[in-house]
Ligand binder design. Structure first.
Ligand code: ZN
Length: 468
């Protein structure tokens, strides 16, 4: 009997069951899909409103600079972006605009990706490099993955003056001078052409295009220690295996192209004057000179070493630094050394109108007088770059050097004596810098050697009569 009933009901039950299963599956599918859709909307909403749930801010190692982290652990479209926040609203908005665009671009690409299994990734990392007193280079490296074949790495930079709140672009850095731009473009092009890593994969046409002397080609830069870095994106000029190329140029190479406030302290431009023949053969003299200070640590260490050998020297100071360290200038004088004027900001004087040259001289002369209660007695033009017109207008002797230790370049305390030894002659004037620790560290060996050779350590003004 049971069997008979079963037989009778089977088709109806089967149909009902199948219908029920299909309906349930459909409902479940609709729920899953709509949930997925809902998830996307939530992300979109969070990016549009900058939802605070995934934002955090912390202080950086630099005054007035904070680091914002914006992180989402979404399963399909996760991201982690980091960017700087300063005290300047306009600058912050510029940075935030870049971040918002990057996130929008990534999230909408992922949303439109037909492959719903695809998992994306967006990271933006921040590096901060301080330069001179108030400048910072922010380098934001973006790595984006849209679930397809390749990760794409690209770099965006911001160069920022923390004191004025200004963002500084490449035009300002190169004095808005098209000749400077052309020189820079040639350096960058040459560097890329000589890059061995790029050799096999370089696209020469693209290389020529991105290194054309156009301002917009060079806006991705950072000043990192003694170099300026120019960034190129992955695939921009070479296939992926080369990564994202970075051109690193020494600041000393492009120093003459830079606006004076960005120039670094160095001495290279003018060839060294040939040694002058000896005066009194019975006495050997040498004038040690230290440029670009005063420096709170290095100058003091140099003074202590000079004292140890009862040596007198000459310090060519920058007005901008005397302003910060008048006590050190006073200490230099008190310990019997000569103080010289080395301009306010260390510009290339031969590239300036005479009026501005005299302003560099006078402002520094005034600052030194304010600090030590007497005037600087000698003048040294930065890089040794001077001409007859300048020499005539400067009221104190203009003094170059006869031995260049290249201490700014090698930063090697042991090479200091090597360079002096190989150029040593009577009545020489030795160029060094009291802003490099290596110079202070190498000085003791220099003094010990010269004293052993019978040299007397005198100031520049004392040696000048023997150099005529
Ligand atoms: Zn100098």
């Amino acid at each position: 009997m049971i069997e008979e009933r079963r037989k009778r009901r089977r088709p109806i039950i089967d149909l009902l069951l199948i219908g029920l299963i299909v309906t349930l599956i459909s409902i479940i599918l609709v729920i899953i899909l709509s949930k997925d859709e809902f998830k996307f909307q939530k992300i979109s909403a969070s990016k549009d409103t900058n939802s605070e749930s995934n934002l955090s801010t912390e202080n950086s190692a630099f005054p007035g600079i904070r680091i914002v982290s914006d992180v989402s652990n979404d399963k399909r479209s996760p991201f982690a972006v980091h960017y700087p926040q300063t005290e300047n609203k306009v600058f912050n908005e510029t940075v935030l605009q870049f971040i918002t665009d990057a996130k929008d671009n990534y999230l909408s690409s992922m949303k439109n990706n037909k492959n719903k299994e695809a998992k994306g990734e967006l990271t933006i990392n921040l590096e901060t490099f301080p330069f001179h007193e108030h400048h910072y280079s922010f380098v934001l490296t973006k790595m984006q993955y849209l679930g397809g074949a390749n990760h794409v790495v690209s770099t965006t930079t911001f160069f920022y003056n923390n004191e004025t709140g200004e963002q500084i672009n490449i035009q300002t850095l190169l004095q808005n001078d098209n000749n400077n731009l052309s020189t820079l473009a040639a350096y960058v092009r040459k560097d890329l052409q000589q890059n061995l890593q790029l050799k096999e994969v370089l696209n020469e046409d693209e290389l020529l295009k991105v290194t054309e002397p156009k301002w917009e080609n060079f806006n991705r830069f950072a000043i990192v220690d003694d170099s300026i870095h120019f960034y190129f994106d992955e695939y921009e000029i070479a296939s992926g295996s080369a990564g994202a190329p970075i051109v690193k140029l020494s600041l000393s190479l492009i120093n003459p192209l830079l606006a004076s406030e960005f120039q670094i302290a160095m001495e290279t431009m003018e060839p060294t004057k040939p040694p002058v023949s000896p005066g009194d053969p019975n006495v050997k003299r040498i004038a040690l000179t230290f440029d670009d200070g005063p420096h709170p640590k290095v100058t003091e260490q140099i003074l202590n070493t000079l004292d140890k050998y009862h040596a007198k020297a000459t310090f060519f100071m920058l007005g901008s630094r005397v302003k910060h360290y008048p006590d050190i200038a006073r200490d230099v004088l008190a310990r019997g050394h000569e103080i010289g004027n080395h301009t306010w900001n260390h510009p290339v004087l031969t590239k300036m109108p005479l009026e501005q040259v005299l302003k560099e001289y006078t402002s520094t002369a005034n600052e030194i007088e304010l600090a030590i209660n007497q005037g600087a007695t000698v003048f040294r033009p930065p890089y040794g770059a001077t001409n007859d017109e300048i020499n005539e207008k400067i009221p104190v002797p203009v003094v170059l050097w006869s031995i260049d230790t290249l201490d700014w370049k090698h930063r090697n305390s042991q090479l200091l004596l090597t360079y002096i030894k190989s150029n040593l002659h009577n009545n020489s004037i030795v160029l060094m810098h009291d802003i490099h620790q290596s110079t202070a560290d190498g000085l003791d060996a220099v003094l010990a050697y010269l004293q052993g050779e019978g040299y007397e350590f005198v100031t520049v003004s004392e040696i000048l009569p023997y150099r005529q």
